[in-house]
Write a protein that binds this ligand. Structure first.
Ligand code: SF4
Length: 170
């Protein structure tokens, strides 16, 4: 299986970030929105009606957000192209999976950057092990993602990255 893209492709998603994520009225968001509630600026075709004016309209938080490719993967790979629009009951299942896939992609992004460093053979081997853990053979499923210990994976990735300080400093 080829490595997943870590770049968002909104055309292959179903606006998961605009629906599943909550936000509070603040400098970053112009109003409160609960998780699972479609944003009122979201069009029926899953595009943002104020996309060109996000900053002026008080949605700098949307500009800053990046799912790192998790959204399209959840829709296309985990749910085979089905979305909360086709079946509103999918909303509750897509939420935790999107959260977890995004965490997985954040860790993969860090590991890809680390992979460009001149790692020792031991570090290269540990890097490969961590990457395999986050890119399981055959890909992720809803159940495997929900059963995955994100906190433990995060601890292991951070421990590995903190061991690279000397290489980064050099
Ligand atoms: S303002 Fe636009 S980008 Fe931000 S959550 Fe709403 S629809 Fe999505």
């Amino acid at each position: 299986m080829s490595p997943p893209s870590l770049e968002a492709d909104c055309s292959q998603c179903a606006a998961l970030c605009c629906v599943l994520l909550p936000f509070d009225k603040s400098e970053a968001f112009a109003f409160d929105k609960a998780g699972g509630e479609p944003c009122k600026h979201l069009n029926a075709c899953n595009t943002c009606s104020i996309h060109e004016h996000l900053s002026d309209r008080g949605f700098k938080g949307c500009i800053a957000f990046d799912c790192h490719g998790a959204g399209q993967r959840v829709v296309q790979e985990i749910f085979a192209g089905r979305t909360w629009r086709d079946d509103p009951e999918l909303m509750t299942r897509m939420g935790p999976v999107f959260y977890r896939m995004r965490r997985v992609h954040e860790m993969l992004l860090l590991l890809r950057e680390a992979g460009r460093l001149p790692l020792s053979p031991i570090q290269r081997s540990e890097h490969a092990e961590l990457t395999s853990m986050l890119e399981p053979e055959g890909g992720w499923t809803e159940s495997s993602l929900n059963a995955f210990d994100i906190a433990e994976a995060d601890t292991n990735v951070r421990r590995f990255l903190s061991g690279l300080r000397d290489i980064i400093a050099a």
